[in-house]
Design a protein. Structure first.
Length: 233
């Protein structure tokens, strides 16, 4: 298999397992504690954050973005080319959908159940912008400060926290957002709500790109440039 094929496969698998963690833990939490939304969210956030750490550690040597916004920012920074970007984004979206289907089936649900969970309004959209900006700063800041080996823990910790400090519970990922439209469970989002969430994430991605470029000027040394490419793509 080609290098690009392996990267796309890693993105597919990683995003699939990430979404399984999001959706599956949401179903489990709602069944174990049907009357306590706070504990449901706690269980959901801890499972997601822990899964992210494990998946990034495992797949980082191949490719471990699991997020189209991160991949698009990599492209904007010149770390990957357009063809690679398209392949990885497609793999992330398809992997996310596969993860939702798997989670639904694991819990005895129909493979696809269109979500009726409406999430809309300026406050939630702002939450998505802020969540995405923060995620990009955490990822690229950790890498560009020479601590690439800590990206998994930084991202896992950030997402766990962002579940709680953002109004939207920090989707911060278009592939995950699309995937969550086909599960009518705790983690779902109605298809009518998804476009605005994705737009907010893309706006957050643009703002995050500007902030990363400002805080961390263009790569100064070949070693750092190599670390960027190795960790993020």
């Amino acid at each position: 298999m080609s290098v690009l094929g392996r990267k796309a496969a890693a993105e597919f698998v990683g995003t699939a397992f990430l979404v399984m963690a999001v959706v599956g833990s949401g179903v489990m939490a709602s069944r174990l504690l049907p009357d306590d939304a706070g504990l449901q969210l706690l269980q959901n956030s801890l499972a997601t954050g822990a899964a992210l750490v494990a998946l990034i550690v495992a797949l980082q040597p191949v490719s471990a973005s699991f997020n189209p916004v991160v991949t698009l920012v990599e492209r904007a920074l010149g770390l990957i080319d357009t063809g690679t970007t398209a392949a990885l984004v497609a793999a992330q979206v398809l992997g996310g959908l596969a993860g939702t289907v798997a989670a639904n089936l694991m819990f005895g649900l129909d493979a696809v159940t269109v979500s009726t969970h409406v999430r809309t309004g300026p406050a939630l959209w702002l939450g998505e912008v802020i969540a995405t900006v923060g995620l990009l700063v955490v990822i690229f800041g950790t890498v560009r400060s020479g601590r690439a080996d800590r990206v998994a823990f930084a991202v896992g910790g950030y997402i766990t926290a962002a579940y709680w400090f953002t109004s939207s519970t920090s989707f911060a990922n278009p592939a995950v957002t699309i995937a969550r439209t086909v599960t009518d469970t705790f983690a779902g989002i109605a298809p009518s709500s998804a476009p605005a969430f994705i737009l907010a994430q893309l706006l957050g991605g643009a703002a995050g790109y500007v902030l990363v470029r400002f805080l961390y000027p263009p790569l100064a040394t070949p070693a750092v440039a190599t670390a960027d490419r190795k960790v993020l793509s």
